[in-house]
Design a protein around this ligand. Structure first.
Ligand SMILES: [Zn+2]
Ligand SMILES: [Zn+2]
Length: 404
């Protein structure tokens, strides 16, 4: 069933495949429907060769290397001769805390068997093992929007203003599941090693930021919103936090140290200073409270990228135009303008017509193509093909009856 659908799709839509630049220097990899193993070390000298391969093998997943190699098809990594790699960022809703995750996501520890609902933890809270995997990660509109906001933040707050990349050096794609890939193709970054890429990650995730070096210490000059780099971001973050925090929340964070005109006056004066006023740095008088405000400002401004992807100089990335074999959605190239209005549950739907009768074991509610379906529990239903295929690929449903 899946193979036939994918075959029909590629027969009509293979022209939508967007090859990476210098296709002849990239390694390609595929996960085939039969057997599910990964076929690696493939090289193609032209887009036509790649398309012919996809049409004949009908892979479930298609990847290419972020790296450029002299011999991309060599079977041993040492023989490929690494020539450089694009700088790649992966933003995935899996790593972004959203409230709805409690309703639709779950994880399991492969070491001790612990399991729970909600956001996938970095390590198991019971045994500390890092071998935790998602047992459910749902295609959800709110989670997809959160990932999109994070992608826009990465581009507009970091890549363009702080790193100085131009929009022509940045390409964006929807990953086909719950996230976005942002690629930088530029001679400037080609030869960066994993350590240099790690420094870029640390800057974006604010991993090593020290409060007093950024002015978050009583007696130091207030950072202002117009400042460059993290000082300006922290001023903005603190501004957002102060503007939205309730008085009781503020009192918990900074309260005991605020004297004189009270919390509201303090808040208003600090907001004015963050905008660029020249008054004294009206932080609470203790380093402890200043640190708490710093942490809240950082939380607003840092960007949640997957560091394993950015630091890997030989990463395999999904090919735009191909299908994601776990969702049936299409991996799509987007412009920055497209991104702001992009809704993958509409625009990345690959199978837009037809219905399928299936038996759904269990599924949370899903929204696709402006309609909602479910939740289902042990139900026989006829669903639009895209919805049914998603449930099938997730192992939550099976096709039943006459679906010819
Ligand atoms: Zn565990
Ligand atoms: Zn969600």
């Amino acid at each position: 069933m899946v193979k036939k659908l994918f075959k029909d799709f590629y027969a009509k839509n293979a022209w939508k495949i967007r090859p990476p630049t210098s296709i002849e220097k990239r390694e390609f990899a595929f996960i085939l429907i039969e057997g599910g193993e990964m076929v690696r070390h493939k090289g193609f000298s032209s887009l036509n060769g790649l398309i012919d391969y996809i049409k004949s093998e009908i892979p479930l997943h298609v990847y290419y290397s972020s790296a450029y190699y002299a011999n991309p098809a060599a079977k041993e990594m040492e023989l490929k001769e690494w020539l450089g790699a694009d700088l790649v960022f992966d933003i995935d809703a899996d790593h972004i805390p959203t409230r709805c995750k409690e309703e639709h996501d779950a994880w399991r520890c492969n070491n001790c068997g612990a399991q729970d609902r909600g956001l996938l933890p970095a390590s198991c809270p019971r045994c500390g093992s890092k071998h935790v995997t998602a047992s459910s990660s749902w295609l959800c509109y709110q989670c997809l929007e959160a990932a999109k906001d994070e992608a826009i933040k990465l581009i507009e707050d970091f890549l363009i203003p702080d790193f100085g990349f131009s929009t022509s050096e940045i390409s964006i794609s929807f990953s086909g599941r719950r996230g976005y890939h942002i690629h930088i193709e530029s001679p400037k970054i080609l030869s960066l090693d994993p350590y240099a890429r790690r420094e870029i990650v640390d800057y974006i995730k604010a991993t090593e930021l020290i409060p007093d070096a950024q002015g978050f210490e009583p007696g130091l000059k207030v950072p202002t919103i117009g400042d460059y780099g993290w000082r300006g971001k922290l001023a903005k973050g603190l501004y957002l936090y102060l503007s939205q925090a309730s008085v009781s929340e503020l009192s918990d964070v900074a309260g005991p140290d605020i004297t004189g005109g009270g919390l509201e006056t303090w808040r208003n004066n600090l907001l004015k200073n963050l905008e660029g006023g020249s008054g004294p740095w009206l932080l609470p008088s203790s380093s402890e409270a200043a640190k708490k405000l710093f942490e809240r400002a950082v939380a607003y401004q840092r960007c949640n990228i997957d560091e394993r992807v950015t630091t890997d100089v030989k990463r395999l990335i999904r090919l735009p135009g191909s299908l994601h074999g776990g969702t049936g959605l299409q991996v799509l190239s987007l412009s920055l303008n497209d991104l702001e209005r992009f809704n993958p549950l509409k625009s990345a739907v690959a199978f837009r017509t037809g219905h399928l009768k299936c038996f759904v074991k269990h599924a949370p509610q899903i929204a696709m193509m402006d309609q909602t379906f479910g939740p289902y529990h042990e139900a026989r239903v006829e669903l639009p093909l895209a919805v049914a295929l998603y449930l099938l690929l997730q192992g939550l449903a099976e096709a039943v009856g006459d679906n010819s």
